[in-house]
Design a protein around this ligand. Structure first.
Ligand code: 5AD
Ligand code: SF4
Ligand code: FES
Length: 367
């Protein structure tokens, strides 16, 4: 029965949220069937290539106060940092010389004029140092349309903004109730990014307090209906210095959060065959070969951390984050080995843009 539902999704026949809910609970044989089909879809539509995005964790200063996140504003136990411009450019240069096609610039959410202008400056400089060859993804939270436009014009062409959960009610349970944390704004912001022609990535955390299978099925429907280009989803992992830590007793075991994440990735792969799906670091915080497993069952993007070592232990969104003591070189070598082990090939010097985005554009221009 579950196999029949999986085949429906696979063959783009109509399916319901309830069907997705059932598939997410697949066990044993059915679970393997899902993984196998997702693997085939990936091979057919995406191929074996895995693309690197060198991750630069630019600053851990954040104006927001999400209940789950280790770098939230009210965490006073954390030493705050912002990388110098030279350090950012050096990291970008490292990515360039190591033939990564792209980088991701990520930080806590800030929107002061000096901050947004400095990002614009960095974008120009990164393009310059790489002869325009490095692709740039931003993950810098909610910003104004004007800021996004400026960053796009300066050379960024992909943007990651996780919806975190597609249920307004659930969103309000995991964020403070104030102007800074409005579900409606987050949604509107995603639409703005799409309008501005960014390749848009979103995603959710899996295994959050209050979350049900219905929520997760709705999250997948949301991504499909929004017609996203990229997705990054990972297990929720508690951080001891956050309010959400108090709800720890109600959580699913880590192994289960991890397993549901794999199923979410596999199912999304058969729903949206040509999008980019990241294998997120949080998977590796639970299973030492978690990222490789995700590559095998559907993911095609990996983000090696290239933040200088001295800052790494300060960008802890959750406990037990991997690669805290490694330098950029260590992660590169480690990941090359890991991807080969997972049967993938690395797409050196390629942007590895979302095929879904490119296919949409071709389609639009021939309509
Ligand atoms: N566990 C897992 N992921 C987290 N994030 C923030 N806090 C946690 C946590 N405790 C994720 C959010 C955010 C991204 C940058 O990190 O989804 O969008
Ligand atoms: Fe800031 Fe993002 Fe963490 Fe929320 S999840 S506190 S916006 S860094
Ligand atoms: Fe960082 Fe393996 S990816 S050490």
């Amino acid at each position: 029965m579950i196999k029949f539902l999986i085949d429906n999704v696979l063959n783009d026949k109509p399916y319901t949220k309830h069907d997705l809910c059932v598939i997410l609970q697949a066990k044993d044989d059915d679970r393997q069937y899902l993984f196998k089909r997702a693997q085939e879809v990936k091979e057919k539509y995406i191929g074996k290539k895995v693309y690197f995005r060198g991750l630069i964790e630019y600053s851990n200063i954040c104006a927001k106060n999400c209940y789950y996140c280790g770098i939230r504003r009210d965490n006073k136990l954390l030493e705050r940092y912002t990388m110098t411009n030279d350090e950012v450019l050096e990291a970008a240069h490292f990515a360039y010389t190591n033939k990564y096609g792209s980088i991701v610039l990520q930080s806590g959410e800030l929107s002061s004029h000096s901050y947004t202008q400095n990002i614009t400056y960095l974008l120009h400089e990164i393009k310059k140092l790489s002869n325009g060859e490095l692709g740039i993804t931003l993950s810098l939270g909610e910003q104004s349309e004007e800021t996004y436009r400026q960053w796009y014009d300066a050379g960024a062409h992909r943007y990651l903004l996780r919806i975190e959960t597609s249920s307004k009610e659930h969103y309000e349970q995991i964020h403070p109730n104030d102007e800074q944390h409005r579900f409606e704004n987050r949604l509107k912001t995603l639409h703005t990014l799409k309008k501005l022609n960014y390749q848009v990535g979103t995603g959710v955390m899996i295994g959050l307090p209050f979350q049900t299978y219905e929520h997760l099925a709705a999250d997948l429907m949301f991504m499909k209906n929004f017609d996203i280009d990229m997705c990054g989803m990972g297990p929720y992992i508690e951080h001891k210095d956050t309010p959400m830590y108090n709800w720890k007793v109600d959580l699913l075991p880590l192994a289960e959060r991890y397993d549901i994440t794999l199923k979410m990735i596999a199912l999304l792969r058969i729903m949206m065959k040509d999008i980019n799906i990241a294998s997120t670091t949080a998977l590796q915080a639970i299973d030492p070969i978690g990222r490789e497993k995700a590559i095998t069952i559907g993911a095609n993007i990996i983000m090696p951390n290239i933040t200088p070592k001295k800052y790494r232990d300060k960008y802890f969104l959750y406990d037990n984050k991997p690669c805290a003591d490694e330098e950029a070189e260590d992660c590169v070598r480690c990941l090359e080995m890991r991807i080969k082990f997972a049967g993938g090939e690395i797409g050196y010097n390629e942007w590895g843009d979302s095929k879904h985005f490119l296919n949409k554009k071709i389609h639009d221009s021939t309509d």
